[in-house]
Design a protein around this ligand. Structure first.
Ligand code: SF4
Length: 277
């Protein structure tokens, strides 16, 4: 115990967690320690670059669509007058692709070779075109983009940002999280995969929003995966579980729990003596 306490003093633990931190601890406590206690810097990856590029592109396009919906102009006595709002989606495909190119130029690092880079560049463009076709067919009513939150559970809290929250026709809200990895199907999705959206749902409900839809959108294929809401006793148990997990992190000795599947994707596999590959 003394050893643990001495180490706590050198590397104080936070009582505020992100979803990424909770997921790292679930993967392997030692992975959490490397990343969030010792804060060992990690190399970037082209998957992360691509994820940033797409997230930023979609955010910019939707922001521009929103901005154009609330344009004003000087009028009589210089009082601002609302311009008639153009119906439909207020950004063209060419504009969207040009936004993508700007974001790509800022986020095209870590690709292992030219062929992989070109493949992702072309998949990114296709994804923007496909997404634009769906937004033009049915423009989303976006309420929030990159909405920050802090959800308090007991003496700890979880902080994060929600990619997108839409206003739905019945006045409730839908939460969307973009994924740039391979799509998962309803049969393949596990409880731990749903937790991210459940955290967002609970956090938004605590902020007073009525949430009725949760979905992951896989940008490489356009697939959407609706996730069931966490409600009633299941919601209470989820809250309890997260609270317990945060307490466990604070008391943990961060012992390794290696497994080939987790270690293969671990950022610290090259320095970890417990790895199983
Ligand atoms: S390599 Fe494996 S055992 Fe080591 S920290 Fe990563 S996940 Fe844990």
């Amino acid at each position: 115990v003394d050893e643990v306490l001495a180490e706590r003093e050198r590397y104080p633990l936070k009582r505020r967690f992100s979803f990424t931190q909770l997921a790292a601890f679930e993967n392997c406590p030692l992975q959490y320690k490397f990343a969030h206690v010792y804060k060992i810097p990690i190399l970037g990856s082209f998957q992360k670059s691509f994820g940033n590029c797409i997230h930023n592109t979609f955010e910019d396009i939707l922001e521009l669509h929103g901005e154009r919906g609330k344009s004003t102009q000087g009028g009589l006595f210089d009082l601002p007058q609302q311009l008639p709002i153009a119906s439909g989606f207020r950004v063209s495909v060419d504009e969207a692709l040009s936004i993508f190119e700007t974001r790509w130029a800022e986020n095209n690092n870590w690709y292992p070779d030219k062929a992989t880079m070109e493949k992702y560049h072309s998949e990114g463009r296709e994804s923007v075109k496909r997404t634009m076709a769906s937004w033009q067919a049915s423009p989303p009513d976006v309420a929030f983009l990159e909405r920050p939150f802090e959800w308090t559970i007991g003496e700890h809290s979880i902080r994060g940002k929600v990619d997108r929250i839409d206003r739905l026709p019945n006045g409730s809200y839908g939460i969307i999280d973009y994924k740039t990895g391979a799509p998962k199907t309803e049969e393949k999705i596990e409880t731990k995969d749903k937790e991210q959206l459940w955290i967002y749902q609970c956090a938004m409900e605590e902020m007073g929003l009525s949430v009725t839809v949760l979905k992951y959108v896989y940008v490489l294929t356009g697939d959407e995966l609706p996730i069931d809401l966490v409600q009633g006793a299941k919601r209470d148990a989820f809250r309890e579980r997260l609270g317990g997990r945060m307490k466990e992190i604070l008391m943990s000795r961060f012992e390794a729990s290696p497994s080939p599947f987790i270690c293969r994707y671990c950022d610290f596999r090259n320095i970890c003596e417990h790895r199983k590959l």
